[in-house]
Design a protein around this ligand. Structure first.
Ligand code: IPE
Ligand code: IPE
Ligand code: MG
Length: 240
């Protein structure tokens, strides 16, 4: 298998369209999205990915019709209760990333419980971005530094970010055909390889993950350097 990225981030988009194409309510697409996510977590663990970060609900998704928002919240609570024991058995450590201050007491307790239950696991770190926005993260990190009277440096900001416990993502996948970031990991994706696919999230299976990784393996990550600096062993053509 090709080079495996240490950290994969995913914008799981296209659930609504998947459902609408089948004349189903949008929430049915979200349900299938949970199935796709379960398989994705398992596959990532199996192939040796160390960190998986997914966008489950954005700060802006509150603006959706109330019945979709409540359907998503119910599904989230349901999945949380149902999936944690299996994730636990698979050695997955769960982190919730996002603004918890506006969530209900019950929801907050559920998140904390899931994190606590899986805190000793080391096979795969699974970050679930929920009520998350990249701008929120940068602002909350800056506020933390200001409150502590710490200088606003890149390093300090980095350490105050909600994803400070993991390295930056190597590969960011967005399903559903849109080619935008939608306020996902704005700070952390500075040098992340981007991969966009038309596949809708409920159809994104293990083979699709492998395809994304194969594409990633062909990239040359230069981090501002030149190609020659990255691959000095590459044969240099001598002038005749
Ligand atoms: C992504 O699927 C899931 C969430 C945003 C919660 P969408 O619901 O955005 O699906 P489309 O983009 O409408 O198809
Ligand atoms: C991004 O998808 C958020 C999640 C996948 C949770 P959206 O469907 O909300 O993004 P936009 O609105 O098309 O940019
Ligand atoms: Mg969408």
């Amino acid at each position: 298998m090709a080079t495996i990225p240490q950290h994969i981030a995913i914008v799981m988009d296209g659930n609504g369209r998947w459902a609408t194409r089948r004349y189903l309510p949008r929430v049915a697409g979200h349900k299938r999205g949970v199935d796709a996510l379960r398989n994705c977590v398992r596959h990532c663990g199996d192939i040796g990915v160390k960190v998986l970060t997914v966008f489950a609900f954005s700060s802006e998704n509150w603006n959706r019709p109330p019945e979709e928002v409540s359907g998503l919240m119910e599904l989230f609570a349901l999945a949380l209760g149902r999936e944690v024991p299996q994730l636990q058995a698979e050695g997955v450590r769960i982190h919730f990333v996002g603004d918890r201050s506006t969530l209900s007491e019950k929801m907050r307790a559920g998140l904390e419980q899931a994190e606590k239950a899986t805190a000793g696991n080391t096979r795969l770190v699974f970050n679930i971005c929920f009520n998350y926005g990249g701008r929120w993260d940068i602002a909350q990190a800056a506020a933390k530094l200001a409150q502590a009277g710490a200088p606003i440096t890149e390093m300090n900001l980095d350490r105050a970010m909600a994803l400070a416990h993991v390295p930056d993502p190597d590969l960011l996948i967005r399903t559903g055909g849109e080619q935008r970031i939608s306020n996902f990991l704005l700070w952390q994706s500075a040098y992340t390889e981007l991969y966009f696919t038309d596949k809708l999230w409920p159809e994104f299976d293990a083979a699709a993950i492998d395809e994304a990784i194969a594409d990633y393996a062909l990239r040359e990550r230069r981090f501002g350097r030149t190609s020659e600096q990255i691959a000095p062993e590459a044969p240099v053509k001598k002038a005749a």
